[in-house]
Design a binder for this molecule. Structure first.
Ligand code: HXC
Length: 488
């Protein structure tokens, strides 16, 4: 006599864990993976579920090492009940999250799940609640990396959204709150997986995805690379790497209206091959990414004159704000390269909440306690000057390149406000008034005279000055809990 919960005959047992185990082994140092809960199975009878009891309940969990540092992992198996999350599946994940929280190690999740297991009803939803609560309690304490390898829905996308970094596999990964079939049933809209939640959508439009991987192996390589910048927890220092020289500093056009790619300046400032850009195609008017300076991990934030002339807008503010908070949470010093004409003006931005969302970036910089160095490359105007890690906001040191202009606004806009009557009376005086404003309000020597910047430095000295400043501030990197990494 067998009970209802005896493992089902081979024809209906789903036990394909090898692929996920292979992924976990490919990600971790050889021979270090210790699985936990491999024999766990759900005990649900509803909907004939006793006939589908995959070993491990559709998720591989355990501990291992990556680059010799301990990590906790879970990997969902889409061939086992669609990787869906029932009570047992959730219990395995919450156990490994608790393990990581206690051991103060990063957590990597390899996600491929249809979300809450429909047959388990509210028990599945409660399982997600337990996971979300732990994601939040661990936020800013231990790094959490989500690697999305397949179609993820519902709770399987909200949990990644609570974590620090989301990596998606191009063409295979999809993320949506509800899948195409539910969309069709509710809105009659026919939409493909890719258009609803492909990596392209989330890397460029929604901003959910930080990094797009070409294939599964690339996703695992990116995971290792991201972890190489982050400490095991906020109570540890970030790992170091052998120092390397920077690439040569490129020529930057002195005409402030001529665009250039600020990533060249970043590469001329940080160790060669150390820069990993995040969110490269979401809000590309600001560039953020991890890098190293003399082997020490840093976070870099830079305005990008190639896009919207480098103006800050809603998406750029939120993107940079969360990055600054993440770096601060995990003790990464911040290097900020400034070339910003201002916040993007217009009704769309105002109605969309640029005041509220720009304030997030102000808040993030102002509260950051890690070492903070700023270099103004060509210009910094108005609120955008302040928000981009100005001295007044608490930068430890600020430098500018020769000729850099710091002002409330550009000359053309300024004279139309302060000389409006004169220009109305005699429009031909405008060029003269612009020249006067430039000379009196934007002269490059003014910021250094009044200590808005500490020194004016040659572009070719940027690397050495930033490196020396960070070295002088090494004692200011104090491990400890600062704050969470609230999703923006
Ligand atoms: C139970 C599920 C499931 C789920 C998929 N499966 N999702 N079983 N619960 N949530 C099962 C399918 O029945 C199928 O089983 C197998 O997994 C593969 O699914 P397919 O649909 O055949 O795969 P595919 O065509 O690749 O489509 C994948 C998918 C789709 C896009 C993820 O399955 C889908 O739309 N699922 C529902 C997604 C969803 O709306 N989830 C929201 C849950 S609510 P068989 O036996 O046929 O192989 C939620 C709320 C959390 O998560 C709280 C948020 C705040």
């Amino acid at each position: 006599m067998t009970s209802d919960l005896t493992p089902a005959p081979a024809s209906v047992t789903i036990d394909v864990r090898e692929d996920r185990l292979a992924r976990v082994r490919a990600l971790t140092d050889p021979g270090t993976f210790n699985e936990l809960g491999s024999q766990a199975r759900h005990a649900v009878h509803a909907f004939d579920m006793q006939r589908k009891r995959p070993a491990g309940d559709g998720v591989v969990t355990g501990t291992a090492r990556i680059d010799r540092r301990p990590v906790a992992l879970f990997a969902q198996d889409p061939t086992a009940l669609g990787g869906s999350l029932g009570g047992m599946h959730a219990a395995k994940i919450t156990r490994i999250l608790d393990h990581a929280a206690r051991a103060r190690t990063p957590v990597v999740g390899l996600l491929d799940s249809g979300g809450a297991r429909i047959q388990e009803g509210v028990a599945a939803l409660d399982g997600y609640g337990e996971i979300f609560r732990r994601n939040v309690l661990m936020s800013g304490r231990t790094p959490q990396i989500s690697v999305v390898l397949g179609a993820c829905a519902g709770g399987a996308v909200y949990s990644p959204a609570l974590t620090d970094i989301v990596i998606m596999q191009r063409d295979r990964a999809h993320m949506f709150v509800t899948g195409p079939r539910v969309v069709k049933a509710v809105t009659y809209e026919d939409v493909s997986l890719a258009d609803l939640g492909g990596a392209e959508v989330h890397a460029s439009a929604s901003g959910v995805c930080h990094l797009v991987a070409d294939d599964a192996q690339d996703a695992l390589d990116l995971t290792r690379r991201v972890l190489s910048y982050l400490p095991s927890s906020c109570w540890d220092l970030p790992p170091t790497a052998p120092p390397a020289d920077a690439l040569p500093m490129p020529e930057v056009p002195t005409d402030h209206r001529v665009p250039y790619d600020v990533r060249g300046v970043i590469r001329g400032t940080v160790d060669a091959d150390s820069f990993t850009e995040l969110h490269a195609r979401f809000a590309p008017n600001v560039v953020v990414g991890f890098a190293r300076v003399q082997g020490q991990a840093v976070g870099v934030v830079a305005n990008q004159p190639l896009v919207l002339a480098g103006c800050l807008d809603i998406n750029a503010s939120e993107k940079a704000a969360r990055f600054v908070r993440m770096c601060d949470a995990f003790g990464l010093p911040l290097v900020t390269l400034v070339d910003v004409p201002g916040f993007l003006p217009g009704t769309g931005q105002e109605a969309g909440g640029i005041i509220r969302k720009g304030a997030k970036l102000l808040y993030a910089y102002a509260e950051a306690t890690v070492p903070r160095v700023t270099v103004v490359l060509r210009k910094a105007f108005g609120g955008a000057y302040i928000v981009m890690n100005s001295k007044s906001l608490g930068a430890d040191a600020a430098f500018s390149w020769p000729g850099a202009e710091l002002a409330v606004m550009g000359a053309e806009g300024a004279v139309d406000v302060i000389y409006r009557r004169d220009i109305d009376a005699d429009p031909e005086r405008r060029p003269e008034l612009v020249a006067r404003y430039r000379a009196e309000a934007m002269a490059p020597h003014i910021p250094a005279e009044r200590l808005s910047v500490d020194e004016v430095i040659a572009p070719g000295d940027t690397r050495s000055v930033v490196a020396a400043t960070l070295t002088s501030l090494a004692g200011a990197v104090v491990p400890g809990f600062r704050h969470d990494n609230l999703p923006q």
